[in-house]
Design a protein around this ligand. Structure first.
Ligand SMILES: [Fe+2]
Length: 490
């Protein structure tokens, strides 16, 4: 229908009931998804509350929309119609009280655990590994494979040189730049990762013949149907920041309550992957960029917003680097006073970062994504300014290395627990992250990978690094077939 026809219908609907619409009021109604239906609701309400009014101006129409919306919210129509969706089962989760003493042995134990877990994944590929100590004793032209952790990577004029180790020994191996496909694979090998290497002894060196990443198996997923429900992924809302796009987040809340697309009525879960609030004292000079300088107040505002997400939807919340919890991974769930503030307004499922959950038969890793900063530095040819094209490729590296934070000792701090909690031990149906404020969706060997964008305009830091955030988006995932839709809000 043309916009002129549409306008005429709106004006006639008002006139038929004895009301005159101003041009500005028409403009407001024109922007609604179903203006005639809304206008009729407004008129019905108006006849009861203000029977003598004949002119509908913009201010009055806006006020009426707000009032009637509240009336409709209080009607439990959707609640009665809501199907019952599977409960969220938390499979792996990290509480607050995991303590370390900071001894060297704890770090040794941590890396040993990382090595053993990743070696086991590599062995599942059917490769037979020998200890590195045997490789160093090989005769000229002998071949063998080893599972090694990369201690150092050096780029020289003619070769990439890796210093590697396993529990038996450490040694140096070479990948000549003329090695073609092997060199391409070698470029993607990151320090602190565990890989399989097929090695050959030459006169005076050990050459890499092939590199095997732990990776996920090809087409490993059974094409079974999951629950007939949608999961809506959001993150990085940053309430309290001057750059928080309250208007867009309100549009999102409006949509999740009143959206008319088929999917919205079938949303059973919202996963909020960290940075709900902007926090306080997160980086030097942050106070200049804060609209709300009290962390309690930030949570009060957040609680009010989240309370608008319909109760029928299960709301899952994990912390990010802006939440008031331990910064070291794994981060415990938000707790104490902040949890109480949120829970006073609405029920939430508080989980750690990262966490592994199961919904029906869908296994999902939820992770804020702090290590993405390190991966952007470590992976060749990616940068903040090219994130829109590369976010999928970067997330793939987590699956290829089977680790959520493959590079150790950079920006991402990790608690050296006895069992490395960041190894992706089970192949998930979906890996969801946030943190870098750029929306990206990709399928990698049957695993859906999603980064869910943000609700905060470009910060000064992002401007200096050339990062253009995707502001005001959510990603909808159909858990039945894992198809996705990106929803943009304006
Ligand atoms: Fe963020």
């Amino acid at each position: 229908m043309s916009s002129l026809n549409n306008d005429r219908k709106i004006i006639l609907a008002a006139l038929k009931n004895g009301y005159h619409l101003t041009e500005e009021a028409l403009e407001i109604l024109r922007r609604l998804e179903d203006p005639i239906r809304i206008l009729n609701i407004l008129i019905e309400h108006l006849k009861k509350t203000d029977p003598h009014r004949v002119v509908l101006d913009a201010e009055f129409v806006e006020m009426l929309i707000r009032q009637t919306t509240k009336l409709h919210e209080s009607q439990p129509i959707h609640e009665e119609e809501s199907p019952i969706y599977p409960e969220v089962q938390i499979i792996q989760h990290y509480p607050e009280n995991v303590a370390i003493e900071g001894r060297l042995e704890e770090f040794y134990r941590y890396f040993h655990s990382r090595y053993i877990k990743l070696r086991k994944i590599l062995e599942e590929r059917g490769i037979k590994f020998v200890p590195l100590s045997e490789i160093t004793r090989m005769r000229k032209d002998q071949d063998a494979a080893a599972a090694v952790m990369i201690l150092n990577k050096k780029d020289t004029e003619k070769a990439l040189i890796f210093e590697c180790e396993d529990p038996s020994a450490n040694t140096t191996v070479f990948v000549p730049k003329k090695a073609g496909e092997v060199f391409t694979k070698a470029e993607m090998v990151l320090v602190d990762c565990v890989v399989g290497m097929k090695l050959r002894k030459t006169n005076n060196a050990i050459l890499v013949q092939d590199i095997i990443q732990p990776d996920v198996p090809v087409n490993q997923k059974h094409p079974s149907l999951g629950p007939d429900a949608y999961m809506c992924l959001i993150s990085d809302i940053h309430i309290g920041s001057k750059n928080f796009r309250k208007d867009l987040f309100e549009s999102f809340l409006d949509w999740i309550n009143r959206g008319r697309d088929g999917e919205v009525k079938k949303i059973g879960y919202v996963a909020l992957c960290g940075d709900l609030v902007d926090g306080v004292g997160i980086y030097p000079g942050q106070e200049k960029e804060l609209e709300v300088v009290s962390i309690n107040e930030q949570f009060n505002i957040a609680a009010k917003f989240l309370s608008e997400i319909p109760e029928r939807i299960k709301l899952i919340y994990l912390p990010g680097n802006h939440e008031p919890v331990r910064k070291v991974l794994p981060q415990p769930p938000v707790s104490g006073i902040y949890r109480k503030i949120l829970e006073n307004k609405r029920e939430l499922i508080f989980i750690s970062n990262p966490a592994k959950i199961l919904i029906g038969n869908r296994l999902i890793y939820l992770y804020h994504g702090q290590s993405l900063d390190d991966l952007i530095q470590a992976i060749p040819n990616v940068s903040y300014s090219t994130l829109h094209e590369n976010i999928g490729k970067i997330l793939e590296v987590m699956l290829q290395t089977r680790h959520l934070a493959p590079c150790y000792g950079q920006n991402t701090t990790i608690l050296p627990l006895e069992n490395d909690p960041l190894v992706i031990e089970d192949v998930p149906d979906m890996l969801c992250t946030g943190h870098v404020h750029v929306t990206g969706v990709k399928s990698y060997k049957g695993v859906l990978i999603v980064n869910s964008g943000c609700w905060q305009e470009q910060t000064s830091f992002q401007q200096s690094s050339g990062l253009k955030p995707t502001v005001g988006t959510s990603v909808l995932v159909n858990l039945a077939d894992m198809s996705t839709k990106i929803k943009f809000f304006s």
